[in-house]
Design a protein around this ligand. Structure first.
Ligand SMILES: Nc1ncnc2c1ncn2[C@@H]1O[C@H](COP(=O)(O)OP(=O)(O)OP(=O)(O)O)[C@@H](O)[C@H]1O
Ligand SMILES: [Mg+2]
Length: 248
């Protein structure tokens, strides 16, 4: 693998989305970030490493519905070496704004470790249930262990927990989980809220394409709010990656 490098304002970034917890919002985040990057005019490559093919099937369905836009490709592969080679080829291409997203299935494995090492950043989405908090803690331990095991700990990308599907009205347990995550874990400051727009994205395709194809433009605002939210998560990720590259 070639040395991680930056070209242009954002360049090529490889972001892995990971949590041992199932259903915590990994694929939703991948689809949302892909939508936001496409909206910016960036190229996007999603590697779907989950055997359920959530992202890959999403693309097929979205294309059928005419809700696919921009230069966004989903590649399904369970082979971390093959993914590494494909990413290497992206770095060989001329300067480009290109977001590479790796959607994972959860469980820890050697392949996941390999994929982490070719990433610039790891996002760990977490909902507010007790089991999400437990598994998110375990996932952070996995990241800390990866640093301990790595020949060069500095080569292990940074990780942040990202609150996902946060309800506006939270019960006491959810509020406790929210505060616990925000005060004790390294987090992205921007949470992703629970939104019908993301459920719609899952069922129908890319956020921007759905908005552009809406007959009733009154609903466009909901899609725009979701795109803006994903755009700010992407901005926060880009900031951390850039800062890391400046420091290191
Ligand atoms: N921000 C959100 N707003 C509304 N619904 C959400 C949000 N995030 C996730 N969901 C819903 O939660 C469910 C699980 O989300 P998702 O498929 O993204 O999780 P996952 O971590 O990829 O799951 P798996 O471990 O099975 O791959 C889906 O039904 C999705 O629509
Ligand atoms: Mg998934």
């Amino acid at each position: 693998m070639e040395e991680k490098k930056e070209d242009g304002p954002n360049g090529i970034r490889v972001v892995m989305v990971m949590n041992r917890k199932g259903g915590c919002g990994k694929s939703t985040l991948v689809k949302g970030l892909a939508s936001a990057a496409a909206e910016r005019g960036e190229s996007v490559t999603i590697f779907d490493t989950d055997s359920s093919e959530s992202a890959y099937q999403w693309m097929l369905n979205a294309k059928e519905l005419g809700n696919w836009a921009g230069d966004v490709t989903v590649i399904k592969s369970l082979d971390s070496a093959e993914i590494g080679e494909t990413i290497d080829r992206l770095f060989d291409m001329p300067d480009q704004e290109h977001l590479v997203l790796i959607d994972t299935f959860g469980g820890a494995s050697e392949a996941i470790d390999d994929l982490a090492m070719i990433s610039h950043f790891i996002v760990i989405p977490s909902k507010l249930s007790r089991s999400d908090v437990t598994e998110t803690t375990q996932t952070l331990k996995w990241h800390a262990n990866l640093k301990r095991r790595a020949a060069d700990p500095a080569a292990v990308p940074p990780s942040r927990v990202m609150l996902s599907a946060v309800p506006v009205r939270r019960n006491e347990a959810e509020e406790t989980a929210y505060m616990h995550i925000m005060t004790t874990m390294p987090t992205l400051t921007e949470p992703v809220m629970q939104r019908a727009a993301y459920v719609r994205m899952d069922l129908e395709g890319m956020l921007g394409a759905i908005r552009d194809n809406l007959v009733n433009k009154a609903n466009a605002k909901h899609m725009d709010v979701a795109i803006a939210e994903m755009e700010s998560v992407l901005g926060a990720i880009d900031e951390i990656i850039k800062k890391g590259q400046a420091d290191g």
